[in-house]
Design a protein around this ligand. Structure first.
Ligand code: NAD
Ligand code: IPM
Ligand code: MN
Length: 356
């Protein structure tokens, strides 16, 4: 039987609650479609840090290298500074494996309500640069006679901008043909004008795409005032990060927003993780919404070459969101993580196509 090797890192907080739910759903759908997921469970997390003084072993990246994909819950726990935990695990994985596209699809699922009064249609793909930009370890703290100074450099390379912009314009060609590039070239004088320049160059190679730039502040407002106008939105790491939480909120909750960290060349494993974090405020109570993690699973199945199985998972998600009794608290309901898990598994289409 065809088995895919998946490195599973539940991580911290609700990551440990929602990742096992997604594994159950994925195992169920895989067996219906004649393939197997072979999980390599890795306990790397803030608890692991407490015991070992590091977020993962020194050969951690090498142990992930041969996986067909990485399935991650969330990282972060009060008591461990976030920059230590994220730069000890999540960010090194994205960078070492050249996962330069962070693709974050967001749409209003059947039955769910946006907090916006007249949301209309909302179906957006956020393409976020994922290996450079504002997230950088270049800089430092300096004591000066005038007081302490912290300097943080942003790094924008032509190669880095070009490849993610090309991915976004190609995606716009495959979708509605509209793209907005997030910028801030009015206030940021080096990196953002450069990003804009490379955007125009890449756009010239995609004459079919109706594109424009928007400053990030106005674009954030646009997500609230005209969400129905948006199709593909591309931005740097920081801009894409902020917009993806805004978009998730517009779609009803952070609890339903998936993300795929992709190395489109296929040279390294890609990583699938929700947009949300470890939610320490609700962790351990069995109330987290597992849908974002399960949707990540669908993105992973698609990436592994199983579009029908992925479609089955999405169909199960849509059947569950359509049922008000199955809403978790973030969506205004009272269902538990386990209620949703059981309903998702039960909602998988029963028929078993021929194994392939
Ligand atoms: P968060 O996404 O964890 O939580 C924000 C709010 O959304 C909280 O009120 C939380 O309860 C709610 N929420 C999030 N996911 C939910 C779900 N599935 N179901 C129901 N409610 C949900 O963001 P935060 O509070 O800023 O960060 C908490 C920790 O997570 C920090 O340590 C942060 O660094 C980390 N973080 C990790 C990742 C990741 O590992 N990919 C992503 C974002 C944040
Ligand atoms: C996300 C998270 C991370 C990011 C943090 C935890 C470093 O917010 O995946 O959206 O900003 O990339
Ligand atoms: Mn984020």
């Amino acid at each position: 039987m065809n088995a895919h090797r998946i490195a599973a890192i539940p991580g911290d907080g609700i990551g440990r609650e929602v990742l096992p739910v997604a594994q159950r759903v994925l195992d169920a759908v895989a067996s219906r479609h004649g393939f197997e997921l072979s999980w390599n469970e890795l306990p790397w997390s803030c608890s692991w840090y407490a015991a070992h003084g590091a977020m993962m072993p020194p050969d951690g990246l090498d142990r992930l290298r041969d996986a067909d994909a990485i399935f991650l819950g969330a990282i972060g726990q009060p008591g461990v500074p976030d920059h230590i935990s994220q730069w000890g695990l999540l960010i090194p994985i994205r960078r070492a494996f050249d996962q330069y596209v962070n693709l974050r699809p967001v749409r209003l699922l059947p039955g769910l309500e946006s907090p916006l009064r007249d949301c209309g249609r909302f179906d957006v793909a956020i393409v976020r640069e994922n290996t450079e930009g504002e997230y950088s370890d270049v800089g430092g703290r300096f004591a000066t006679p005038a007081g302490d100074v912290a300097v943080q450099e942003s790094i924008f390379t032509r190669r880095g901008c070009e490849r993610v912009l090309r991915f976004a314009f190609d995606l716009a060609c495959d979708r509605g043909g509209r793209l907005i590039s997030a910028t801030k070239s009015n206030g940021i004088m080096h990196t953002m004008p450069f990003w804009d320049e490379v955007t125009a160059e890449v756009a010239a190679g995609h004459p079919g795409v109706d594109w424009r730039r928007m400053h990030i502040d106005a674009l954030a407002a646009r997500f609230i005032t005209h969400p129905e106008d948006l199709d593909v939105v591309v931005g740097s790491s920081l801009f894409g990060d902020i917009l993806s939480d805004v978009a998730a909120a517009v779609s009803g909750s952070l609890g339903v927003a998936p993300s795929a960290n992709l190395d489109p060349t296929g040279d390294h494993p890609s990583m699938f993780e929700p947009v949300h974090g470890s939610a320490p405020d609700i962790a351990g109570r069995g109330v987290a919404n597992p849908i974002a993690q399960v949707w990540c699973g669908a993105l992973m199945l698609e990436h592994l070459g199983h579009p029908e199985a992925a479609a089955d998972v999405l169909a199960a998600i849509e059947a569950v969101t359509a049922e008000p009794a199955l809403r978790t608290r973030d969506l205004g309901g009272r269902a538990t993580t386990e209620d949703v898990a059981a309903a998702l598994t039960a909602a998988l289409p029963p028929t078993s196509p021929l194994p392939h």
